[in-house]
Design a binder for this molecule. Structure first.
Ligand SMILES: NC(=O)c1ccc[n+]([C@@H]2O[C@H](COP(=O)([O-])OP(=O)(O)OC[C@H]3O[C@@H](n4cnc5c(N)ncnc54)[C@H](O)[C@@H]3O)[C@@H](O)[C@H]2O)c1
Length: 443
């Protein structure tokens, strides 16, 4: 799926070192008290939007390709610490448009040279997850708009730093949560708007994706994903599953995530996999991973709904889809694993109906407009929409549809599920990243 690369490669500075070295800048952005909102709303950018990409591995190069397909975007600069990945992305851009973007490289902080460029309006951050928040905060503080890959942040301090940077700079920050744009997800949103579900009480969702092979490089060393699963317990990748459900439930727009408890299984599958792939005598087989095979987090919202959220990237199982979603309202029920829906007063019997039967009637407006262009893009069209929506927010001067408060709330599950596990499944309060505006926010 991707090329993994350690930040240690060219500089000798580990990711922990990166975070520590950048911590001064980040700490300076933490809100000591309530931060003042930016004086004016986002200004409209002129077309074309000039994009930079930080991290040109598998994901960054792909999202750049999607962006290059839009006529109101120019890709002006790319940055990576890995020369081969950078050269490949520069060549991909040249092949698409005939001109080469600037190539910025060097140590782990070379991206700050890209941020100084005045031919870059906005950046896409597609580095390993542990670097998203510090890079996004730096980018906003340097005056750039940000589209960040998921998850947004790894710690609560980073979550707050993102919110503060977006508020204080007035830059647009969007989380590139592509699952929020899948057609069935947006179709359910249309049904919710039409009132078919009534009051919603319960949702179930999960990211259950056998990712064992990409924890290890060919020589048995750990990729950044492997390092994360070695070092941390908890739900380490919550947004693909939680994001769509949070939007259905109006989280940060009428409701909010209030508290959670987490419980995990023991670790067995990654360690079994390492022994089988590399041999019992290989150093990889001695790696101890902190992450459990499967982690379940239960979240309660302020308005009394519950979300059952599962994370499992270790267990061996084929999967038709990497995520699943279910929603229970007073008058309807949806379950993606059954591809089924039942709607009180509409379904002829008290039995599941095929979800596709409603696809035409509740076709999402975004898909009506962009369906043709989106259909061939990755992740069931989601990759097209995260770029399109980010660019349109900049061109139209409207708020990002998945903003810093949303990104922070969804990503806070990473540190808070870990905190619950450390405290023997004790409840953890989820901060209100809207600073009290969740009941009245509409955009
Ligand atoms: N939304 C999705 O469906 C989806 C799919 C895949 C990956 N992702 C996310 O995208 C991100 C990237 O994943 P990937 O699979 O492309 O990983 P990858 O390892 O292939 O690419 C990461 C790139 O970042 C570069 N990098 C590392 N440190 C850097 C630094 N300090 N400065 C500049 N470049 C640096 C690496 O050299 C590498 O080229 C991850 O956060 C991942 O979670 C999201």
């Amino acid at each position: 799926m991707t090329t993994s690369q350690s930040v240690r490669d060219s500089t000798g500075l580990s990711r922990r070192g990166f975070i520590a070295a950048g911590a001064g800048a980040l700490a300076a952005t933490l809100p000591a008290a309530r931060a003042a909102p930016a004086p004016e709303g986002p200004a409209k950018l002129a077309s074309p939007v000039r994009l930079g990409v930080i991290g040109t591995g598998g994901r960054g190069t792909y999202l750049m390709t999607v962006a290059l397909g839009l006529e109101d975007v120019e890709v002006t600069a790319l940055c990576d610490i890995n020369a081969a990945n950078l050269a490949r992305a520069v060549e991909t851009a040249r092949a698409a448009r005939g001109t080469k973007p600037a190539a910025v490289t060097g140590g782990p902080f070379a991206y700050r040279d890209l941020l100084k460029r005045d031919d870059v309006d906005a950046v896409i951050v597609t580095t390993p997850m542990q670097l998203h928040a510090p890079m996004s905060v730096d980018a906003m503080r340097a005056g750039k708009h940000v589209l960040s890959e998921v998850a947004a942040a790894m710690t609560l301090d980073e979550c707050w730093a993102l919110v503060a940077a977006a508020e204080e700079t007035g830059r647009t920050y969007m989380l590139a949560e592509n699952c929020c744009y899948w057609k069935p997800i947006l179709t359910i949103a249309q049904m919710l708007r039409a009132g078919l579900f009534g009051d919603c009480t319960f949702a179930e969702c999960g990211y259950v994706h056998d990712c064992r092979s990409i924890q290890f490089a060919a020589d048995g060393s750990l990729t950044w994903r492997g390092e994360m699963n070695r070092d941390a317990r908890g739900n380490l990748y919550p947004t693909h599953s939680l994001g769509p459900v949070a939007q259905w439930l109006g989280i940060n727009r009428g409701d909010r995530l209030a508290e959670l408890v987490a419980m995990d299984t023991k670790q067995a599958s990654l360690e079994f996999y390492a022994r089988r792939r590399f041999g019992a005598d290989h150093a990889a087989a001695a790696t101890k991973f902190a992450v459990g095979d499967s982690t379940t987090t239960l979240i309660r919202t302020a308005r009394g709904a519950c979300i059952d959220l599962r994370y499992d990237t270790c267990s061996a199982r084929p999967h038709p889809s990497t995520t699943y979603y279910a929603l229970q309202g007073v008058t309807a029920s949806y379950d993606s694993r059954l591809d089924g829906i039942w709607i009180d007063g509409r379904s002829k019997e008290y039995a599941w109906e095929r979800f596709g039967a409603y696809a035409g009637e509740f076709e999402p407006p975004l898909w009506k407009t962009w369906g043709e262009a989106a259909r061939t893009a990755g992740h069931e069209g989601g990759d097209f929409f995260v770029i399109r929506e980010f660019i349109d927010a900049l061109l139209e001067g409207r708020p990002a549809p998945i903003d810093a408060a949303d990104a922070a709330a969804w990503s806070s599950i990473i540190p808070l599920s870990a905190a619950s596990l450390r405290a023997r499944n004790a409840p953890q309060e989820i901060p209100d990243f809207t600073r009290g505006r969740w009941e009245t926010r509409s955009a």
